[in-house]
Ligand binder design. Structure first.
Ligand SMILES: *[C@@H]1O[C@H](CO)[C@@H](O)[C@H](O)[C@H]1NC(C)=O
Ligand SMILES: *[C@@H]1O[C@H](CO)[C@@H](O)[C@H](O)[C@H]1NC(C)=O
Ligand SMILES: *[C@@H]1O[C@H](CO)[C@@H](O)[C@H](O)[C@H]1NC(C)=O
Ligand SMILES: *[C@@H]1O[C@H](CO)[C@@H](O)[C@H](O)[C@H]1NC(C)=O
Length: 214
């Protein structure tokens, strides 16, 4: 008897766990609702990627800019100019002694493509919020924010999607509506021998959780 009770309890736990992912709201009558499905999620964070936001040593570091590339950062032998690695307008943000750049790609089913890499200006702090979903989109107010870490093999990422007033949708009666969504998702990272991290996520949907009249 006790076993039976325990079993049904376990079943209950399993069922509710699979329902943790919230479902989208029902939109007001006569209004369309978007579907936000992430088809591709790819995040590369090298162990020696230049980090001009969190790494004090990188922020202060100087390199030898020689022609269109980087030479050994030794002021005594530098045949170009010694510059701060984190200044804007550098020919590349993979300076001498550093590994490949950190990059983040988030592609949605509906064609929205978000891509970030360190470019010395208009920095998006990958894993800490806003991502870059197209320069032209900024004024229209669409924001896809992502939170997560590359330091764990398996963790929970979080994504917020704000459609923005500039992307408002039209209801049948002519009113304009805009939406917000949010979800946690499974984030899996592998680390190579150099501790470079590559993280991916299975296809997931960002459910629409609220709306706003515009
Ligand atoms: C359109 O319909 C929604 C509810 O479905 C309502 O809240 C809104 O006020 C309506 N707009 C107009 C212009 O009637
Ligand atoms: C600067 O010196 C390095 C060797 O230290 C050489 O590889 C590079 O071609 C030189 N660049 C220029 C612009 O002279
Ligand atoms: C991994 O990191 C090392 C050290 O920074 C770098 O030389 C190498 O290119 C990286 N490998 C990959 C696959 O990104
Ligand atoms: C990116 O990788 C570096 C080096 O392994 C690590 O210190 C940093 O925490 C990582 N960033 C994130 C957002 O996980």
């Amino acid at each position: 008897m006790a076993t039976l009770v325990f079993l049904s309890f376990a079943l209950l736990v399993c069922t509710s766990a699979s329902q943790l992912q919230p479902r989208s709201i029902t939109p007001p009558d006569g209004c369309p609702i978007p579907t936000w499905r992430v088809n591709t999620f790819q995040w590369y964070n090298g162990s020696h990627s230049l980090d001009c936001i969190h790494n004090e040593a990188d922020i202060d570091a100087r390199g030898c800019l020689c022609g269109h590339g980087w030479c050994e950062p030794d002021p005594a032998t530098c045949n170009g100019t010694m510059v701060n690695l984190c200044w804007t307008g550098m020919p590349s943000y993979e300076p001498w002694g550093y590994g490949p750049l950190e990059t983040l790609t988030i592609d949605f089913d509906d064609g929205l493509a978000c891509h970030d890499e360190y470019i010395g200006y208009r920095i998006h702090d990958m894993g800490y919020g806003e991502t870059n979903c197209g320069y032209a989109d900024r004024g229209a107010g669409r924001i896809v924010a992502f939170y997560g870490t590359t330091n764990l093999e398996s963790s929970t990422g979080h994504m917020d999607y704000t459609l923005g007033d500039g992307h408002a949708m039209k209801c049948e009666n002519g009113s304009s509506i805009t939406y917000f969504g949010s979800t946690d998702f499974e984030l899996s990272c592998t680390h190579d021998a150099f501790y470079n991290a590559t993280c991916t996520a299975p296809i997931f949907e960002v459910p629409v959780l609220s709306y706003k009249w515009v």
